[in-house]
Design a protein around this ligand. Structure first.
Ligand SMILES: *Cc1c(COP(=O)(O)O)cnc(C)c1O
Length: 457
């Protein structure tokens, strides 16, 4: 293979300026935001790497497709167009549009699950877990042990532990309506699942007569990892790999804001009509009529194009290389991160940048703040603010890891943006002593990271 740079496989037709403000301005802005980057205005951010969800750039072909949107209430042409695209990739006949991924989850689980059920998964995404727990269903994470070890290199850290799945099936079969698998495993760092693991998992479920429902938010990125890492798939096209992946599923939920390459949208697909009536009933109650669900006709059109673009091999090669490239640059200056890099993000181990900062000062949160002040970069803390708790007696619990996630919107940023970020992070490490810790001054009982307020220590 040529060692030349893997380039962005697109050129820029429309640009959106980003505001370059000064360090002093950013200190003021962050202090006004109570030292919480969620409370910043997006226009005050230079590189917005808070999430890859719905934040990417649509192509000229997608914008053109928007004009073709059929906004008919029932039976719109746009619905049938997308249904055909999905049937071609997934082999599934039934397509239920929703406004985003969590709506697909809510509709499907509401139709199929009942109190006391158990759903196994490699790792449930937080909205998936939330929607299950809301129904008093137990969401069980059974990712392989390597998937929980940030520095262990493994080609498919998103794999599900089949032995533990079988144990659960033996013990609790009556409480399990279906099994799930999330590709790629977002909660575990955007890590892929191998085809072998998907195949064996589906066979295991079949043995116990259980359907397999996939959370396919990043099915195309997962397919590219399979192509690059799994013997036997080197010569297959991404579409062939995607088709094989879906062939093991009985249904899937998706947030189209990820590999669908659109800003809003989601869906359920189902192979048989076993649950269809119940699902459609839930859909009509909460989302909309069966041929648009939560989406406008133009959104359906943009997604029909986006799904195909998301499976383009040159795009995917560049996409996965982006995270890997930033990882290499961090490695070179001794910064630890979740390895190997996943599909959509890099997760920095804040303790490797701030080894001396006590946990009570929230090192990952402090590093997020420093990234904004020094580089205008918005990231998200996955550490003790997000997962710790203040107990009624006033004491705190802390998370086992202090991570800072940089998640990359699709087709938005160029290599020089990544170079700039790598330089900023390297400078932060070199000047780590100057990074200030924080303490919480105000917090909510649940999901406190979104709204908490802080002061400098
Ligand atoms: C984003 C995401 C969801 C939820 O989708 P929304 O569109 O944000 O509602 C579910 N599962 C995974 C793996 C995701 O990444």
């Amino acid at each position: 293979m040529s060692k030349r740079t893997i380039i962005e496989p697109f050129r820029i037709k429309s640009v959106e300026p980003i505001k370059v403000n000064t360090r002093e301005e950013r200190v003021n802005l962050l202090e006004t935001a109570k030292l919480n980057v969620f409370k910043l205005r997006a226009e005050d951010v230079l590189l917005d790497w808070l999430t890859d969800s719905g934040t990417g750039a649509m192509s000229s072909a997608q914008w053109a497709a928007i004009m073709l949107g059929d906004e008919s209430y029932a039976g719109a042409k746009s619905f049938y167009k997308l249904k055909e695209v999905l049937a071609d990739v997934t082999g599934m006949e039934h397509f239920i549009p929703t406004h985003q991924g969590r709506a697909a989850e809510k509709v499907l689980f509401g139709a199929v699950c009942k109190k006391g059920d158990i759903i196994p998964n490699n790792c449930h995404f937080d909205t998936t877990r939330g929607n299950l727990e809301f129904l008093e269903v137990e969401a069980v994470d059974l990712v392989i042990k390597e998937g929980l070890q940030p520095s262990t290199i493994h080609p498919f850290k998103g794999n599900i532990d089949l032995e533990r799945v079988e144990e659960l099936l033996k013990k609790e079969s009556g409480r399990i309506p279906f099994g799930m698998i999330t590709i790629t495993n977002n909660t575990g760092g955007g890590q892929p699942v191998s085809m072998a693991n998907i195949r064996e998992y589906s066979q295991l479920l079949k043995k116990y007569n259980k359907p397999l429902i996939m959370d396919v938010c990043r099915f195309a990125e997962n397919a590219m990892f399979i192509k690059m890492r799994e013997p036997g798939y080197e010569q297959k096209s991404i579409k062939e790999i995607c088709r094989e992946t879906f062939s093991y599923a009985d249904g899937a939920t998706m947030s189209a804001k990820k590999d669908g390459m659109v800003n809003i949208g989601g869906f359920i697909v189902l192979r048989t009509d076993q649950w269809l009536d119940n699902v459609r009933e839930m859909l009509i109650l909460s989302e909309g009529f069966i041929t648009y669900g939560g989406m406008a006709g133009r959104d359906l059109e943009a997604l029909a194009v986006g799904l195909q673009e998301g499976m383009d091999e040159d795009y995917l090669r560049y996409r996965l290389r982006t995270a890997e490239y930033l990882g290499e640059r961090l490695e070179a200056v001794g910064i630890d991160f979740v390895k190997p890099t996943g599909g959509h993000a890099v997760y920095i181990d804040a303790k490797s940048v701030l080894p001396d900062m006590p946990i009570e000062q929230y090192p990952a949160w402090s590093l997020c703040n420093a990234l904004y002040i020094e580089g205008g970069i918005r990231s998200v803390e996955i550490g003790s603010v997000m997962f710790g708790k203040r107990l009624p007696d006033g004491t705190e619990t802390y998370h086992s890891m202090e991570l800072v996630r940089l998640a990359f919107p699709r087709r938005m940023y160029t290599q020089s943006h990544f170079d700039f970020a790598a330089e900023t992070i390297a400078e932060l490490k070199a000047n780590a002593k100057k990074i200030r810790g924080v303490r919480i001054t105000k917090q909510a009982q649940f999901l406190r990271h979104f709204t908490a307020e802080f002061n400098w220590v």
